[in-house]
Write a protein that binds this ligand. Structure first.
Ligand code: ADP
Length: 388
């Protein structure tokens, strides 16, 4: 019997999935899709790995459990039971202790649920999907893979804020996120250029959520994201690092409550807030508006500045990788970042950069930079297969 496994990635308003067959003990991608705009009128799409559309229709799923029920009802869908051996789940926050992929039983589910206060916007949809699916298909195993896990080996100076130790012990730490993406890049780099992968590499995951990771010998030693996915680089709609005094000022001078501040920092800042035009980098790159140009420059400046600080954290740098939507597909942003980092030793190969790399730098460049497409789902699929 052909074996299959399904990877689920529950976002705040979407439920993405990918299906893998098992070939020679390794997951091989066969289909993927999503239900988007959960809570309103959205779309259910499913395509084969080579792009053939299997389903594409307008749906209204009131919550994640309803979206899951729609996927389960598809005759040739991701939950079709024939050959199905288990599920892998992306869970954003694993807290201080869930530091490796975990087979989900009632106790693990309770631990993930208990972390909801640490990630109020990110963990609840994953918990909702886990609960609904465990009720729907109780006999099949579930493996939770955490975005924080890859960063759990950070040294204390990168893991802490300068706040009392009691708060650290209550969980107020610099966790770091996008760990599944960085894990994929560390592995891809080790296959492509093992000598660079053994060294000190700065990885820029530049999507609507954006962060950077300092990789030393393939392990994360620092991340630009901290306690939440708000920290670090400016993002599509998130502020990135901001003086905590601004939050106090908004509360005191404007009388904003927690909900207003949260909405502001997560949804009204970043590229969208600064430009007043869009949260989408493509739209900004096509815009003549002065504030759109400033937002792009702010983004580039902070990517370059963070690369410099990560090089300092590692005592040097041996290479850099760009990944995720902007990092994989925008030659202009990559070029502007690499020009700013010329002083570190990057000499861009403009033609290679326009062609999408993977190598973006000239042969005489002191340091190599690469564009490598990330694949968080295959990392989850591999962990799942290894644990069921
Ligand atoms: P998410 O974090 O939602 O997974 P993605 O990794 O898909 O996000 O990245 C989305 C971002 O990538 C958007 O800002 C989008 O404008 C940008 N992007 C996608 N393609 C291009 C491109 N060709 N040029 C510039 N930016 C792009």
């Amino acid at each position: 019997m052909d074996q299959r496994l399904c990877v689920l990635n529950a976002g705040s308003s979407s439920l993405k999935f990918a299906v893998y067959g098992v070939v020679d003990g390794q997951p091989r991608h066969t289909q993927s899709g999503e239900v988007d705009r959960i809570g309103g009128e959205g779309r259910l799409r499913m395509t084969t790995a080579d792009g053939k559309v299997m389903h594409d229709r307008i749906v209204t799923a009131k919550d994640h459990a309803a979206a899951l029920a729609m996927l389960a009802a598809l005759p040739d869908g991701p939950m079709e039971r024939h050959g199905l051996i288990g599920f892998g789940h992306r869970v954003v926050h694993g807290g201080p202790n869930l530091n490796a992929p975990a087979l989900v039983d009632a106790a693990t589910l309770a631990r993930i649920e208990a972390l909801e206060p640490l990630a109020p916007l990110h963990n609840p949809p994953a918990v909702a999907v886990l609960k609904a699916l465990m009720a729907l298909l109780p006999a099949l195993p579930h493996v939770a893979c955490f975005d924080t896990a890859f960063h759990r080996g950070h040294p204390a100076v990168a893991d802490r804020f300068a706040i009392p130790d009691t708060l650290y012990r209550e969980g107020v730490r610099r966790y770091g996120f996008h760990g599944l993406s960085y894990e994929y890049i560390a592995g891809a780099l080790a296959e492509r250029t093992p000598e660079i992968a053994l060294g000190r590499v700065v990885v820029a995951h530049l999507g609507s959520g954006a962060s950077m990771c300092a990789l030393a010998g393939g392990r994360s030693v620092d991340s630009s994201m901290g306690f939440t996915a708000l920290d670090g680089l400016p993002m599509g709609t998130r502020s990135g690092s901001i003086d905590a005094g601004v939050v106090l000022w908004l509360q005191r001078q404007k009388g904003w409550d927690v909900g207003q501040v949260e909405q502001f920092l997560y949804a009204d800042c970043g590229l969208k807030g600064l430009s007043g035009v869009s949260n989408d980098m493509r739209t900004l790159l096509a815009s003549e508006a002065p504030l759109a140009k400033l937002a792009i420059e702010y983004f580039v400046y902070h990517v370059a500045r963070t690369a410099g600080s990560m090089a300092a954290a590692m005592g040097g740098i041996d290479g850099m990788v760009f990944t995720a939507g902007i990092g994989e597909r925008s030659p202009e942003i990559r070029a502007r970042v690499l020009h700013r980092l010329h002083w570190l030793g990057f000499s861009i190969d403009e033609a290679a950069n326009l062609a999408g790399g993977p190598l973006l730098t000239r042969s005489e460049s002191a340091l190599p930079a690469y564009a490598i497409p990330t694949d968080e789902e295959i990392v989850i699929a591999r962990h799942t297969l290894a644990r069921i």
